[in-house]
Design a protein around this ligand. Structure first.
Ligand SMILES: Nc1ncnc2c1ncn2[C@@H]1O[C@H](COP(=O)(O)OP(=O)(O)OP(=O)(O)O)[C@@H](O)[C@H]1O
Ligand SMILES: [Mg+2]
Length: 314
């Protein structure tokens, strides 16, 4: 770890997080085929693609849950390809889960305090949690940070309620607040809008933009809602069949014929399909069961994702 720190110092201009030529195979399926991606400091980068494109696989490679068959992952210039997820978290790499994982008995405020303490005074965590005697009092810096996050995500009203029993949308807001409370350098977000209504999504986006502007956090958004990604991100990568079919600014992505074909279906983009060696059917491609609308259009509006709506209602 000290090596990673000193390497990081030596390469201050390096991207916060990047991967180079990453390949992942599941038996005969090439889930990722030589994919490279770079997340600069204080930037929001988007990762989109149709169902089965390889987004979650790449997310797992970046966060350390899956080791690639080929390729490298770098954090501020240092090779972390073989570093486990927990060690990456200690470097300042935080992630959210598509299905939030919380401690049912802890309150919203306690989740944020815990995350903050993991980042600032790790040795106290286990005595706080394991002794069952409750949390020690927050110091003023922690209280200020936690209160600000509760306020920004409109969670103050439920701050002292256990998270068990909260609706999914609310739980996701708590999860996002918790990720930010750890003061991460890089945040990987797996579909932050999933399970949120339009107003909640708007709140989350504002908070994320502020984290980037004020704290210099780097964000990677993996999203089905392409319109949202094009609105928010400085740079966007588009995967299909495990390959990068487009990357660039939102305008470049909107004008990219291969991306339009993958999303809008006016041209079936046979090159990408044959290169990956996998038939389109069965992966929710345009010929399959998932409509372009559900996969998020390239236009200005962002129709609600039907899966998210169902989750929110449950
Ligand atoms: N654990 C696994 N075992 C076998 N195949 C897998 C596994 N995980 C993913 N795959 C396959 O790898 C390809 C990429 O899947 P991945 O989940 O990364 O796509 P995705 O872009 O996240 O899709 P979605 O939008 O549906 O979440 C798919 O063909 C998928 O079936
Ligand atoms: Mg996925």
């Amino acid at each position: 770890m000290s090596k990673v720190r000193s390497d990081a110092k030596a390469s201050a201009a390096a991207p916060r997080l990047e991967c180079r030529d990453v390949t992942v195979r599941f038996g005969g399926v090439v889930a990722l085929n030589s994919v490279s991606l770079s997340i600069p400091p204080a930037a929001i980068v988007g990762l989109v693609g149709p169902n089965g494109a390889g987004k979650s696989t790449l997310f797992s490679v970046l966060s350390g849950l899956r080791r690639p068959d080929q390729g490298r992952v770098m954090f501020e210039g240092a090779d972390i390809t073989r570093m486990p997820a927990a060690s990456r978290a200690r470097l300042g790499l935080a992630r959210t889960f598509q299905h939030p994982e919380m401690f049912a008995g802890l309150t919203t405020r306690e989740h944020l305090q815990l995350a903050h303490r993991v980042a600032t005074s790790r040795s106290r965590i286990w005595t706080d949690v394991v002794t069952g005697r409750g949390f020690r009092r927050a110091d003023s810096g922690e209280a200020e940070r936690v209160d600000a996050l509760l306020d920004a995500l409109h969670l103050t009203g439920i701050a002292d309620r256990p998270v068990a029993g909260l609706p999914l949308g609310m739980t996701r807001l708590v999860e996002i607040a918790r990720a930010l409370a750890a003061n991460p350098r890089v945040l990987l977000f797996d579909e932050p809008s999933s399970g949120l209504d339009a107003a909640e999504t708007e709140q989350v986006l504002r908070v994320l933009e502020r984290a980037v502007e004020r704290r210099g956090v780097s964000l990677l958004l993996v999203e089905h809602d392409v319109a949202m990604v094009l609105h928010l991100c400085r740079y966007v990568y588009v995967l299909d069949f495990g390959m990068t079919i487009g990357e660039g600014t939102p305008d470049q992505i909107r004008g990219n014929p291969e991306v339009r074909a993958a999303y809008l279906g006016d041209d079936p983009a046979p090159a990408a399909a044959s290169q990956a060696g996998t038939p389109r059917g069965g992966r929710g491609g345009l010929g399959g069961t998932v409509s372009p609308q559900k996969r998020g259009g390239l236009g200005g509006s962002s129709p609600p994702d039907s899966t998210a709506t169902q989750e929110a209602a449950s």
